[in-house]
Design a binder for this molecule. Sequence first.
Ligand SMILES: [Fe+2]
Ligand SMILES: [Fe+2]
Ligand SMILES: [Fe+2]
Length: 419
Amino acid sequence: MIRMELNLGRFLLALSTWLDWSADGLNAHQRRVACASAAMAAHVGADPAIVERTFAAAVIHDLGAVKNAERLDLQRFDVEHTLPHCLRGAQMVAEASVLSGLGNIVLHHHDKWAGRNPGGVQGTEIPVEARIIHVCDRVAVLSSPDSYILTQRGEIVERVKSLRGKAFDPDMVEAFQDLAAHESFWLDMTMPEWGLEALPDMPGLSVELPAEGIRQLAGVAAYAVDAKSRFTYRHSHGVAGTSRMLGEIMGLAAERCLLLETSGLLHDIGKLTVPDQILEKEGPLTPDEISIIRGHTYYTYWFLVDAGFDVAMAEWAAFHHERLDGRGYPFGVDDSRLDLEHRIIAVADIYTALREDRPYRPGMPWPEIEKVLWSQVKSGAIDGDVVTALLNAKPEADRRWEELTLASAARLVDEGEEQ
Ligand SMILES: [Fe+2]
Ligand SMILES: [Fe+2]
Ligand SMILES: [Fe+2]
């Protein structure tokens, strides 16, 4: 029996950690902002639902900044080009109904109190959670990891005060000044895992989600990793849909197929740890670059465990580069540990990757795909029965691929957006 409960707060914290992973120097930026924002929401006497929403939105507020360069740019205090990541972030959270209250907050988290914002709102028209996050986000950007935090606070307080009524809500600046008087506010930001400890257990965040709700959340995470490269914008959803289809064909129960789809959505989440220039590189990778990529499934495993998924689902997701002959990576398990679910995701991953364009080759037609799959079966990597099931379902696989391509068009990140 696979354990199904998932704590929303814990999932969001895990997603936050992985989102902040690969861009140099971000150092748990979103957690730090969440820690300060939740403290500020509580300080202004907001009701618990608002405190929860402020935390939940803050901990993933920059999820729309999918490229490393865009994330680093947001670490400049005076950054101006903020709209694309706000729009995309709102679009991403809209994929999970349990996150529906967060879209408007993510959308407005850079809005200025005095107005002239892209959405045309100002002052109290901006969601209060977004006004809180805006102040805390800029405070986090101003605080440098290079010197002791308590020596920086005077300067940061002055900077924030100078923007009172301009960029920032005067009430929130006042709340910030109150909080800033306590050393613990600053020290919590340097160790946000302590400051945030109690939050995932707040009533609205420890909800027991139905399996479909968990699948939707996994879809948001998949969106974040797939958008890192224009070559993979539908990869995780492709692997997930193919895995589900194969599970159904091969006789797995409906509930298990849904879980398999969820694991498929998360199979490459560990790629959030791989720098964009490696994922996008045209031409052969160096041995060092290959070893960095080979770590991604290790991090996939720990993402799922950290987010609170059952270990079985973590393994389904993380074993997709293992081989039946034991020569895969990163765990080196063999056929004695590779169940039907693992074998399905491994085949679905190779098949989906072959259909997609890569920097060094266009997507392949069926005859070539078949050739590659059978050579992998022969070499002892993947399961021939799963390959047979896939090849018997070519028309259905084609139909799903077209459907996915249409549905994913909006996820294709415009390369011109980030500069
Ligand atoms: Fe932002
Ligand atoms: Fe992978
Ligand atoms: Fe993959």
